[in-house]
Design a protein around this ligand. Sequence first.
Ligand code: SPV
Ligand code: MG
Length: 553
Amino acid sequence: MITQIKNTMTAGKATRLRRLLDSAQVEFLMEAHNGVSARIVERCGFKGIWASGLAISTQYGVRDSNEASWTQVVDMLEFMSDVTGIPILLDGDTGYGNFNNMRRLVKKLEQRGIGGVAIEDKQFPKLNSFIDGERQPLADIDEFCGKIKAGKDSQDDPDFCVIARVEALIAGWGMNEALKRAEAYHAAGADAVLIHSKLPRADEILDFTREWACRCPVVIVPTKYYSTPTDVFRRAGISVVIWANHMIRAAVAAMERIGQEIQRAESVTNVEDRIAPVEHLFALQGADELTAAQRRYLKPRGAETRAIVLAASRGSALRELTRDRPKVMLPIGGKPLLARLVDEFKRQGIRHTAVVAGYKAEAIPPGGINIRLNAHHESTGELVSLACAEDDFSDDLLITYGDLLFRSYILRDLLDTPGGIVVTVDSQLTGAGISGSSDYAYCSRPDDRALFREDVRLVHMTSQPDSARGRPSGRWIGMMLARGPGVQSLREALADLRQRPDFDRLGLPDLLNDLIENNQPVHVHYINGHWLDVNTLDDLDRAGHFTQGSRGP
Ligand code: SPV
Ligand code: MG
């Protein structure tokens, strides 16, 4: 129901209601009492809605005696109008007061895209016409005519409809009084008259229409004379028939039946197939539109991102510690590196992780991840491992080394950085805790720590500082992102490099350099510390502190 049809359709609603009144054939309005019932009425194919006072009172659980305030009614109308494109005619009771209240009512209804209002010539607070009708005092004719005029004078849209409801037959004042009042209200500017009857047959309605002779459109509410064939109304020249309370009565009957059944059975099994599936509720709410809007406005961070972790190496500098398991299975603060990594992914909404294993692959528990095997891990490098996971490539792809520890914001910010291919570069080149193995990044701009969302490009990556290129801009931490066309470029670069005789020895930096050489932009996401990779026993010691949060690298 969030489909804000209102804005586009509001302008025409009063006009469309007027067309129904003026139509040469009989037209129908169906009652609705809240957003969902209004939506259903429209989906059933009705051309207009009757916002019934009885039904709106009932859904609030109060009596149809102006116990719900007029603003509560108008608030409900807003929900109804927001979710529908067909016009709404409000059952405005007596106009909720005198001429002045009527003026304000019309203004507020127009603001909410309501097509028109019917007011009845009774006194505030009104009572439903089917309760004690003959003891219901009618309004003074002149006072009511003033209210009609006040309403008509207040409308901005010339097509907004004010319908005068004649209650003389309900109150037992007879046909002459009904006709006299209808004539006065018509002369005061009413766009139609609603003649109401509580008899089980349509006789007095038909008498009225005969006498009235189409001086202006006639609206009827055949709640009590419901068995009258519609053709009778057609032949009588009725403009609009209002089915005034059938949605709320249907809802009440269904709720009572189902509620009692569930209460008796202490189970919902039997009713499940006879009630609306929750998917139907979503459809009525317009859930599809929201899903489409989310796609448009809210690309969920990491929602479709898949991760590939390169974890084939032993980590031989760690000696005995990696005798029976790969480096990624080393516990840091009691939890293996790989499990920490996967937890970080999950924190950012990445639920699919493929791990390329090699050395002691069997030591990696398969739970929650896909394990790919680089059977030649001893003689091959990172690109061969990456190629083992090519089937796991998705449109949003995170590739990391398996021995990384980092603060959560680093991955979060990488996922937020625009670009087809993005690498995370630590601009800190020296300092405590910086370990030996590094991929040096030369970038289009150094990190002056004031760059914010500025596009910095990777120019080249080397495994040793390259004096010919000057001072490196930073160190790549072994984390990169590829999305959309970037993934395609990545595939092409991989295919390109596969042709090289030394492919087996190539690493991810070679892939990045190949992309750059082929004019594929590689964007840089700068960080400053707050990560480490685990290559040596010293790193392992630092990692323990890092995870305790006592000391960052
Ligand atoms: C309503 O629907 O609230 C009406 C019509 O006023 S009736 O209840 O038939 O009077
Ligand atoms: Mg009513």
